[in-house]
Design a protein around this ligand. Structure first.
Ligand code: NAD
Length: 503
């Protein structure tokens, strides 16, 4: 039996439960269908086969979940933080125990290649461990004495929060948002993406098994325009942590305006990888390829624009074409596969529409440039060369395994091109000139920059974007700044003069 066949056999066992029962919401201690009884079908991007039915929820389900989260909030806020830490660690333990199931289900549901996804479950566990360890100090503040007052600050959790996640790496991103919210003492209503609901349900089951009190974490499945919208408008939900497209973020901001929602946005990107002629070009090539073609290019931090210095461009692009043509597109559960199918047909159509756009605008398709014939949403890894910075392929987030290469003359031009987009999530700079690296990163408009490296996440560091790529930061203590309020109390240290009125 091949590894692919073994994986498919295991997957069938893992999916037995969801195939039989469908994906239910979780409201308080009850796993239940949508109140209307409505469902929708969840399909695999691999072959468009039916996976399971999913609860299609509306405003009434969100209302019940928000009430459950509100009711559970005071006890969860006030629980001994060491107990909170232990529960979150138990969630991490159980994620590790079910990592194989999570990885296989996620690949089948999203089309991501197993070779990358097998680690995503463990990264999810690490997110829980990292924030579990921070739970006991989440309320820490400062003492800021003045002449007459002992001023004390503490942090308090903001209340029930809504978490809305996208379909790319949904498991990892859900843990990335929910773990800090729970560690802070908030309760949660989670609305996962309609295209990838399976692992969100597994995660919910894990939380229950780990002893998380009922109502602390609720799950409501459904579409953005009904369940998602209702969550952002609900008066009991104090904040929305959202990961998804920039234009959805803008809609959420409007929807949340009447209830003055606090928002945290991780949005789109059109991230540059800038390769100067003095760089270690072999390593730069490895990193540039990895950062756009891994995870199907469905990755917010992908290096979707290659900016390469013109005197090395021809040689660099020649090697790039050879490598891109060798990337293996295939079944996501086959360990040799490097690119799996894109999430859904509409997304495949969006990605492939850029092939005609590129040609019409005068760029060259140096590799790929077509969908793969047959079932499933497969597309060949694609490289555009000869692109100009103003072209749509150089400006718009394509969100697939598609790289746009642009050449530049010197540092100033590279910076102008790099900054000349609406987005500002990540940047990757390749040079062995330290002064140039310092100068360039200082002016590059991005929330996160790596020099001579691909994206390597370190949880204590701030994660987030500038411009249309986001609002707010996650990681370290920054997550708590979003999920918590600062509270100040001033204690008089003596009988200082109080201004006298009406005496
Ligand atoms: P999307 O914006 O279409 O959907 C994301 C989530 O929002 C889904 O759960 C969806 O149901 C919900 N939603 C849609 N409309 C809504 C509304 N009106 N109100 C409330 N919720 C609504 O995004 P997607 O296509 O699922 O994900 C891909 C996008 O996510 C890309 O742009 C990518 O760059 C971005 N992303 C960013 C980061 C980051 O860290 N910056 C990480 C991952 C993905």
């Amino acid at each position: 039996m091949t590894t692919l066949e073994q994986n498919l056999e295991k997957l069938e066992t893992y999916l037995t439960h969801v195939r039989e029962h469908g994906i239910l919401n979780q409201i308080g201690d009850e796993a239940r269908p949508a109140m209307s009884g409505a469902t929708f079908d969840n399909q695999s991007p691999v072959d468009e086969s039916f996976i399971c039915k999913v609860a299609k929820s509306g405003a009434e389900d969100i209302d019940a979940a928000a009430k459950a989260a509100k009711e559970a909030f005071p006890a969860w806020r006030d629980i001994d933080p060491v107990s909170r830490k232990k529960i979150l660690h138990r969630i991490a333990d159980r994620i590790v125990a079910r990592a194989d199931e999570i990885a296989l289900a996620e690949c089948w549901d999203t089309g991501q290649a197993h070779r990358f996804m097998s680690k995503a479950a463990l990264r999810g566990a690490e997110n829980f461990r990292f924030f579990a360890d921070k739970a006991p100090s989440a309320r820490d503040g400062q003492v800021l004495p003045s002449a007459t007052l002992m001023n004390v600050t503490t942090r308090v959790p903001i209340g029930p929060v809504g978490v809305i996640t996208p379909w790319n790496t949904p498991f990892m991103l859900s843990t990335w948002k929910i773990a800090p919210a729970l560690a802070a003492g908030c309760t949660v209503v989670h609305k996962p993406a309609e295209f990838s609901p399976v692992t969100a349900r597994i995660l919910m089951d894990i939380a229950e098994e780990a002893g998380l009190p009922a109502g602390v974490w609720n799950l409501v499945n459904g579409f953005g325009e009904d369940a998602g919208k209702a969550l952002t408008e609900h008066p009991d939900i104090k904040a929305i942590a959202f990961v998804g497209e920039s234009r959805t973020g803008s809609m959420i901001m409007k929807q949340g305006a009447d209830t003055l929602k606090r928002v945290h946005f991780e949005l789109g990107g059109k991230n540059p990888v800038v390769v100067f002629d003095d760089a270690d070009l072999d390593r730069a090539l490895d990193a540039a390829i990895f950062m756009i073609y891994s995870l199907n290019g469905e990755r917010c931090t992908s290096s979707s624009r290659l900016l390469v210095q013109e005197n090395i461009a021809e040689e660099f692009q020649k090697k790039l074409v050879e490598r891109v043509n060798r990337i293996k597109v295939g079944h996501p559960l086959d360990p040799s596969t490097e690119i799996g199918p894109l999430i859904h047909k509409t997304h495949l159509d969006k990605v492939t529409s850029y092939f005609d756009i590129a040609k019409a605008d005068g760029a060259t398709i140096a590799a790929g440039g077509e969908a793969v014939e047959g079932k499933g949403h497969f597309v060949k890894p694609t490289l555009f060369t000869g692109a100009k910075p103003s072209m749509r392929i150089a400006q718009e987030e394509i969100f697939g395994p598609v790289l746009t290469a642009i050449t530049f003359k010197d540092e100033d031009e590279a910076l102008e091109i790099a900054n000349g987009v609406d987005y500002g999530l990540t940047g990757y700079v390749w040079t062995n000139d330290l002064t140039r690296a310092l100068r360039f990163t200082n002016k590059l408009e991005a929330g996160m920059i790596w020099v001579n490296s691909e994206n390597v996440r370190h949880l204590p560091t701030p994660f987030g974007g500038v411009k249309a790529s986001g609002i707010g930061r996650d990681g370290g203590d920054w997550s708590f700044e979003f999920y918590m309020e600062q509270k100040h109390v001033g204690f008089a240290t003596g009988q200082h003069h109080i201004p006298q009125l009406g005496k």
